[in-house]
Design a protein around this ligand. Structure first.
Ligand code: NAD
Ligand code: GLY
Length: 372
């Protein structure tokens, strides 16, 4: 990998909360990457047991010229640890190190570390600056951008949190080289979603470059991360706090969150649940007359080629569809107990609307594996 690989910047325009997303190679260990951030007497690197041995010392060394003290806290790894208890470890570290309200937090890891660090930054002393340094494909193309932070509740995914924007996002493509294949596939789910909701030309491009992305080709990754961030930045700039439009970024997530919560967090990866959820949402779109069967087949083939599941798990042997419906009523988009789905309203365009339970039941029955 060439150290000369160009760094791109994508801007996210949110008035006084605007920031840039740097996308390039070898960024984590380079002190220049972190120039110009808010000044403070201390920085706290938040990471986890898997990422710490890979990248924490490089980041700490790169931060050393900028901050008199660079502390770190290493969290347990896994979606099942996206909880109050783990969040409290960040507050413990901040208080033990006597961190003041200028302390800058650095989230080094995937979406779980990023979401929790952002929530800790939003609440410690009522708000301290934070920087996202995402090291998974999923986090680089989605979770590190846009300011959604939070933790899970046993009854629902990401149910407790805050909108709180980072000061910068640093997507170091080199860090993806150590990412396991299953995690690359999970990231591809959130990349694929941008095609049907916003940019069919990007979907065409993905169909031709899936192999390169799955084998960590740097140029292909750079394009996929950049285009994904551009689309997300454009949507978030128009609707930062999800009053309406931003909900389209949750294509596949209503079914997906039900899968994650129903199986227990950590069994299916978030991206796997979203991939399968997109297939279900596409089928629902078709049954509502919004897209044709060819579109559903095309999307399903791409999701399958990305190494993602396209058949949902059975969550309840007695009443599987009923269990999905029950879980989906806890979704943040639900209004008065009525589930609202992100659906495809013609290729490249999404809408958010309800659907009759009977139709949703048909989709779930058609899209889940037969019980064992
Ligand atoms: P993750 O954070 O669990 O990371 C996946 C795995 O990869 C973990 O085991 C992690 O330790 C490991 N890992 C991270 N970087 C690595 C690297 N470079 N090399 C080797 N291993 C590495 O999962 P994720 O897929 O990154 O994120 C999923 C989370 O993001 C979910 O909790 C989801 O709800 C959240 N999310 C949030 C938003 C948002 O807008 N805030 C959007 C999408 C998803
Ligand atoms: N991942 C959905 C959003 O950021 O709104």
């Amino acid at each position: 990998m060439s150290p000369q690989f160009p760094t791109h910047a994508v801007s996210i325009d949110l008035q006084d909360r605007s920031y840039s997303i740097a996308i390039g190679a070898h960024l984590i260990g380079n002190p220049d990457t972190f120039a110009g951030l808010p000044k403070a007497s201390a920085a706290l690197v938040v990471t986890n047991t898997t990422v710490a041995p890979l990248y924490a010392s490089a980041l700490q060394n790169a931060l050393a010229p900028h901050y008199p003290a660079v502390h770190s806290v290493v969290l347990p790894d896994g979606e099942e640890f996206k909880t109050w208890q783990t969040l409290n470890l960040i507050f413990d570290a901040l208080l033990e190190h006597h961190c003041d309200r200028k302390t800058v937090l650095f989230a080094l890891g995937g979406g779980v570390v990023g979401d929790m660090t952002g929530f800790a930054a939003a609440s410690y002393m009522r708000g301290v600056p934070f920087v996202q340094v995402p090291t998974t494909l999923l986090a680089q193309v989605d979770s590190s951008v846009g300011g959604k932070t939070g933790i899970n509740h046993p009854l629902g995914k990401n149910m407790v949190g805050a909108f709180y924007q980072p000061r910068r996002v640093v997507c170091d493509l080199s860090s993806l080289q150590t990412l396991p294949a299953r995690e690359v596939s999970a990231g591809l789910a959130e990349i694929i979603k941008y095609g049907p909701i916003a940019d069919m030309a990007f979907l065409d491009w993905l169909e031709g470059h899936l192999g390169a992305l799955r084998t960590h080709d740097l140029s292909a990754l750079a394009h996929a991360v950049r285009r994904s961030c551009e689309i997300k930045a454009h949507v978030v700039a128009q609707d930062e706090r999800e009053g309406g439009l931003r909900a389209i970024l949750n294509f596949g997530h209503t079914f997906g969150h039900a899968i994650e919560a129903g199986l227990g967090y950590g069994h299916w990866l978030h991206g796997e649940a979203v991939g399968c959820g997109m297939v279900m949402a596409a089928h629902l779109s078709q049954r509502l007359g919004l897209v044709d069967a060819d579109f559903v087949t095309r999307l399903t083939c791409l999701i399958q080629a990305a190494g993602l599941p396209t058949l949902g798990p059975v969550l309840d042997a007695q009443d599987n569809a009923g269990r999905y419906l029950e879980l989906m009523r806890v979704d943040k988009k639900a209004e008065g107990g009525d589930i609202r789905f992100v659906l495809i309203d013609g290729p490249g365009k999404a809408c958010v609307r309800g659907a009759p339970d009977a139709l949703v039941r048909q989709v779930i029955d058609a899209c889940c594996s037969a019980p064992a």
